[in-house]
Design a binder for this molecule. Sequence first.
Ligand code: SAM
Length: 316
Amino acid sequence: MTEIKIEEKVMDKFERPLISLRISITNRCNVKCFYCHHDGIVPRNYEMTSNEMQRIVKVAKEIGIEKIRLSGGEPLIRDDIVDIVTKISSVGFRDISLTTNGVLLGKYAEQLYNAGLTRVNVSFDTLNPETYKRITKRDYMELAKNGVERAVKAGLNPVKVNMVVMKGINDSEIWDMFQFCKDTGAILQLIELLKTENCQESEFFDEYHFDMGELEDELSKISNRVKTRRFMQDRKKYFVNGGEIEIVRPMDNTEFCKNCTRLRITPDGKIKPCLLRNDNLVDLIEPMRRGFSDEELKKVFLKAIENREPYFTDKC
Ligand code: SAM
């Protein structure tokens, strides 16, 4: 395995170091979750190649990036996903993770683990095939469930199941999901529904939004231990009867911005310095395709970082 040598650490002007890089490797997807925001589709031939991604993470490592997360769209619909992970892993990172809907995870879990993937988050909202179909418009519940099981068996650790809890749809399944995760060896993360472009209208949001408040009160009472994750927006992790539950609340707060150490890359190769903004993207792939050297690409990264500022501040 490649020796992991952390390079020079770059800070933005708010003294936030850049530690993790989230690469959206496609925005194509194989399910159609009704609550999901769909960014404009990038045609397949504009997506970055595995070699381009390898070069990007190599330069990113030189400015101090230590962790890589692959996302999408659905990252596992890239035919070359194992090659992508192999190439990124060869650069040497302490953590390479992936966010997936799990449908193709049964097919790839072992190969991805062998290629150097360390952990995985599986978006999986229900164990009921009808509810699954209602949410995703697809009949893939068993495949996704199998994906979670195969990921644990393959040795990926941790395997987290992300369940978006929705009132009247799957809120009655929280404890079944907890049991499934506990039996499988996965960790359940309950995600609070966010307002997105598709559910902007408050009608949609009011109908399905499930407030985690009451559940958190219940969990506080029945947990053997509660851990607060300080640099993760004070996210709470509850240890209940030999299993774990984490709660992910919306992140529109100053703490989230203060502790943000993440850069993003869009599927068409642009650096996105802030999750909540689209007006300050910096193109990386175009200069790379024009023949920029690694040193010049590093300057492109630094330019993107120079303009980073917290979206939410105490003044907001
Ligand atoms: N295809 C991959 C997957 O399914 O994990 C990666 C992309 S998906 C958009 C990333 C995550 O965003 C999933 O966990 C999904 O459940 C979550 N998500 C999408 N829309 C959401 C919303 N309105 N509220 C909360 N979470 C949402």
